[in-house]
Design a protein around this ligand. Structure first.
Ligand SMILES: CC(C)(COP(=O)(O)OP(=O)(O)OC[C@H]1O[C@@H](n2cnc3c(N)ncnc32)[C@H](O)[C@@H]1OP(=O)(O)O)[C@@H](O)C(=O)NCCC(=O)NCCS
Length: 212
């Protein structure tokens, strides 16, 4: 029997970091944080912040998995890529109350939070946040480093690109495509495809800003 304690280094001592630490403990990990606010800040609630991101890169941690708990998609992507280059293993954390189909795929570096549902043949790429009580329906694909915010529903066969942010409580109807780096505002209903690099919101969602 393997009695070794699972250890997790969490990058980013933020509000989302607290949620990830809580989840990690539920999954049996002993956690510590790395954050660039160190050494000014050494605690997040009762958890220790033990170094900066560069301190983490510099140490050869044996038997330690890493997760990046930074809400900003672009920064999360950058940190995950650096960690991979340095040979770190990214964890994949799925809350026990989440329902993930046996036919769904969830890549490493992704967190699936409490009450989320990921249905058959959905595919969640690396470094995503599938937040509390969100629903990812059958055949839907979520690209790397995207954040599906709490209580959001993506209907069947939706395609979400890389680094997208689908705001809290949004709904996306079936077969819709949302291209890379697009932000959907809170409470939106997306009924038409959205291009890359825009902000859209409302019901129905319309593009309000181009970010390039
Ligand atoms: C879309 C969003 C990014 C826009 O932020 P912003 O650029 O700072 O925009 P502002 O707050 O200045 O609002 C600009 C206008 O858009 C409206 N607006 C902003 N977000 C809206 C939304 N989601 N739905 C409808 N209208 C919205 C505001 O009421 C305001 O209208 P007004 O000019 O008539 O007063 C932001 O409002 C949003 O929805 N963020 C998502 C938050 C979220 O999901 N967080 C979850 C974290 S886990």
């Amino acid at each position: 029997m393997n009695n070794q304690i699972k250890k997790l280094a969490i990058v980013g001592a933020s509000g989302h970091g607290k949620v990830v630490a809580d989840l990690a403990e539920v999954l049996g990990y002993k956690v510590c944080f790395y954050d660039d606010a160190y050494p000014t800040k050494t605690q997040l609630e009762h958890w220790d912040i033990v170094g900066t991101f560069n301190d983490l890169l510099a140490c050869k941690l044996e038997n330690v998995e890493v997760i990046v708990a930074i809400g900003n998609n672009v920064v999360r992507k950058q940190k995950c890529n650096e960690l991979k280059q340095f040979g770190f293993d990214l964890a994949r954390l799925i809350h026990p109350s989440a329902t993930v189909s046996q036919y769904a795929k969830v890549a490493e570096g992704t967190v699936v939070l409490a009450g989320a549902v990921i249905n058959a043949f959905a595919e969640i790429s690396s470094g995503c946040i599938i937040n509390t009580s969100s629903i990812i329906e059958h055949d839907t694909k979520v690209g790397e480093y995207s954040h599906i915010c709490p209580n959001t529903a993506l209907a069947g066969a939706v395609s979400v690109g890389e680094c997208c942010w689908i705001g809290v409580g949004s709904q996306v109807i079936q077969l819709i495509s949302i291209d890379d780096n697009t932000l959907v505002g809170a409470g939106s209903v997306v009924v038409k495809n959205l291009p890359a690099d825009v902000t859209a919101f409302g019901s129905p969602a319309v593009v309000v800003k181009c970010c390039k």
